[in-house]
Design a protein around this ligand. Structure first.
Ligand code: THU
Length: 177
């Protein structure tokens, strides 16, 4: 227990602290054959759309597809730039298109995959920090959780039921009012 001195006397500090834990659960599948038909189809489309990525600098081609509440599908791929920070991730390309083509329509499920000639695409990747923030804004704005399906071109598949799980302690619009 930490000690401090008060008027020359050593006293114990009282600690008013509770330890908190953040936990979440997600589903793990050995491969896409274990998914239901709709999810398997969506993941397959995310895997295929990686060919449309523009990623000459990283050679890391990311593809994302969203199934919207109105039944429409919107895709996105990463678009890099010679000025590296200008490049945009597949997820945010998708969100910009979805919000513009179908304003205020919630996203039910988003599948994200990748392909690369430098690394094996045999395990799921998950969205970067900036994309998590952007995804959370979308989820908050449309008031519907976004299911996220993550997988490489083959191998394990993760399904996460809400973006909230990916970004604990998030900064949201509720702080600004
Ligand atoms: N990237 C995405 O598009 N989405 C992700 O979830 C992770 C990373 C892109 C950004 C960059 O073009 C390349 O992948 C390597 O970081």
């Amino acid at each position: 227990m930490p000690l401090t001195k008060f008027r020359g006397i050593v006293v114990f500090n009282l600690i008013y602290m509770t330890e908190k834990k953040v936990e979440f659960s997600y589903e793990e599948f050995n491969d896409s054959s274990e998914l239901n038909e709709a999810d398997a189809l969506l993941l397959n489309e995310a895997r295929k759309v990686t060919v449309d990525a523009y990623a000459p600098y990283s050679n890391f081609h990311v593809g994302a597809i969203a199934l919207l509440e109105n039944g429409e599908k919107v895709v996105g791929t990463n678009q890099e730039n010679a000025s590296y920070p200008v490049g945009i991730c597949a997820e945010r390309v998708l969100l910009g298109s979805a919000a513009t083509l179908f304003p205020n329509v919630a996203i039910k499920t988003m599948a994200i995959s990748y392909n690369s000639k430098e690394v094996k695409s045999d395990h799921p990747i998950s969205p970067c920090g900036m994309c998590r923030q952007a995804l959370l804004e979308y989820e908050t704005r449309t008031e519907k959780p976004i299911r996220i399906i993550l997988s490489g071109q083959e191998g394990k598949v993760f399904i996460i039921n809400t973006v909230k799980y990916l970004l604990p302690f998030a900064f949201t619009k509720s702080e600004l009012k």
